[in-house]
Design a protein around this ligand. Structure first.
Ligand code: BES
Ligand code: MN
Ligand code: ZN
Length: 509
């Protein structure tokens, strides 16, 4: 689907969309269409017992009199004080979802911005946000569908957003295109089944990103063995699929200002391409979901793609730990002790707590190789975070309050919310092992996500560090305004915004 921006104009066909504020308030564009149609907008609203102009509420008028458009769609805007970027993204998403089902191919939206006390967004910002939401909702993973009836396919080919300052809208929207491509990449990778996306093919997808100017290196099993990555390799040893460790580097700020720390920010992602649990095998019901246990790595790849796509003036490295966790005659056993690359020994009590084992070595490699000024990891680490926060917030753990606040703020702005959870020595103690430096699970199920974070912290040095447990938000079981069901890409927008707001050099032009 194409997003276009143009001057307000009556279309010769397709759907014309106007907006209506809460409590049925019509702005200039809606009033004009109401006049042209001999009062159809007002009569339709009056005739509908329910429509009051609530956010994303829709009212469809077919074959409107006085218009060459085949359909008039009236969309609710909600209350003026709720008109944020996220709000307009939701509007765009709701519109394309409706028109794709309706079989429409072309649509033209004329936004009325309610004249609030202090409108926080300009018309062009609002228009660009509608375009972003429309694109996010249009995403579809259909590469394995070979037979589909036309009426099952999304029909909308173009949404034209009309505003007088259409050039500004178009240029703002264009600035979001790299982020949209990053989200699409993450969603694609997350949605791929585990027979198609193995550590090796995942690494190949990363290598393909060199065309955008990213530096990509891939470590194979032999190289990881030389580096002593016994924790990551212990997880991989049960699988016929060999592991990979990928780094993607974006050096967009080669000469940072003298007052800025020139060390990179490093993002680390858990990339378990399938998590059967290993010998501590998972129950059969729902196990297919564990194809998306690589979402952390996919999101890091999506962020790196975004940064390269928009030529961000910042130095960031992504490190992906890619393995498959399988039970077999060569698999590691509960009770095994592995030696991590850091030298710390780990007693593997539960082979299903594998993400932290992979991350232990990936975090070590990230710190050893890149000496980051800031370290952030993303992982579908624990089922417990779903019990704690459901599917609305990702779990955030951080050693630095400032970093936690910045991540929270970035998440708020882009509609990817995170909620901070506590850490502390009393939790840490539960990971002491009788025979090794640390064990990979605590005694019971209490505080499972916190213990996962405490385990990771044992492998993290002095710099500020944050861990995002995205197990509850990486996959959507139902559609929401801007996220169709499936892999969400949660974290791409959050980290892109976090980096833009806190770490990027201003352009000198
Ligand atoms: N990949 C899972 C966590 C997960 C669960 C992600 C549900 C997405 C949805 C992780 O490897 C795991 O199995 N964690 C265990 C940890 C336990 C053994 C301490 C869990 O959550 O049960
Ligand atoms: Mn597991
Ligand atoms: Zn896992």
């Amino acid at each position: 689907m194409l997003i276009a921006f143009a001057e307000p104009n009556l279309p010769s066909g397709g759907t014309l969309i106007v907006t209506v504020g809460q409590d049925r308030t019509l702005g200039p564009a809606a009033l004009e269409i109401d006049r042209i149609t001999g009062g159809m907008v007002g009569r339709a609203i009056a005739a509908s017992s329910r429509f009051i102009g609530k956010k994303e509420e829709l009212l469809e008028i077919l074959a409107p009199a006085g218009l060459t458009a085949t359909r008039l769609l009236v969309v609710g805007q909600g209350k003026p004080d709720s008109l944020t970027e996220t709000h307009f993204e939701g509007l765009g998403g709701a519109i394309v979802a409706f028109l794709n089902k309706a079989g429409e191919t072309e649509a033209y939206l004329h936004l009325d911005l309610p004249a609030g006390p202090a409108p926080s967004l300009s018309p062009s910002q609002a228009a660009a946000a509608v375009g972003v939401g429309a694109q996010l909702r249009s995403y579809r993973f259909d590469r394995y569908r070979t037979t589909e009836k036309p009426e099952q396919k999304p029909s909308l080919t173009r949404l034209t957003i009309q505003l007088s300052d259409f050039a500004a809208g178009a240029s703002l929207f264009a600035q979001s295109e790299p982020m949209l491509a990053g989200v699409r990449l993450a969603r694609d990778l997350i949605s791929e089944p585990a027979n198609q996306l193995t550590p090796v093919t995942f690494a190949e997808h990363c290598t393909a990103l060199t065309t955008l100017g990213l530096d990509v290196t891939v470590l194979d099993q032999a190289r990881m063995a030389e580096l002593g990555m016994g924790a990551l390799l212990g997880v991989a040893q049960g699988s016929a699929q060999p592991p990979r460790l990928v780094t993607l580097s974006w050096q967009g700020d080669p000469n940072p200002p003298a007052d800025r720390d020139s060390r990179p920010i490093v993002l680390v992602g858990k990339g378990v391409t399938f998590d059967s649990g290993g010998i501590s095998i998972k129950p059969a019901g729902g196990m297919e979901e564990m194809k998306w246990d690589m979402a952390g790595a996919a999101v890091v790849a999506g962020v790196m793609r975004t940064l390269a796509g928009r030529k961000a003036r910042v130095n960031v490295v992504g490190v992906l730990g890619l393995v498959e966790n399988m039970p077999s005659g060569t698999a590691q056993r509960p009770g095994d002790v592995v030696v991590s690359a850091s030298g710390k020994t780990i007693e593997v009590i539960n082979t299903d707590a594998e993400g932290r084992l992979v991350l232990a070595d990936a975090l070590w490699y990230a710190q050893e190789t890149f000496k980051p000024r800031l370290l952030i990891d993303l992982a579908t680490l624990t089922g417990a975070v779903i019990i704690a926060l459901g599917h609305e917030y990702a779990g955030l753990f951080a050693t630095d309050d400032g970093l936690a606040d910045q991540l929270e703020a970035a998440g708020q702005k882009v509609g990817e919310a995170v909620w901070r959870l506590p850490m502390g020595d009393r939790y840490d103690k539960e990971l002491n092992s009788d025979i090794a430096d640390v064990k990979n699970v605590g005694a019971g199920r209490a505080g499972g996500s916190i213990l996962g974070a405490q385990f990771l912290k044992r492998f993290v040095g002095e710099m500020p560090w944050a861990h995002l447990d995205i197990a509850g938000v990486a996959w959507a079981k139902k559609d929401t305004a801007t996220v169709p069901k499936g892999g969400t890409g949660f974290g791409v927008r959050l980290l892109d915004r976090f980096l833009a707001d806190t770490a990027e050099s201003q352009s000198s032009s």
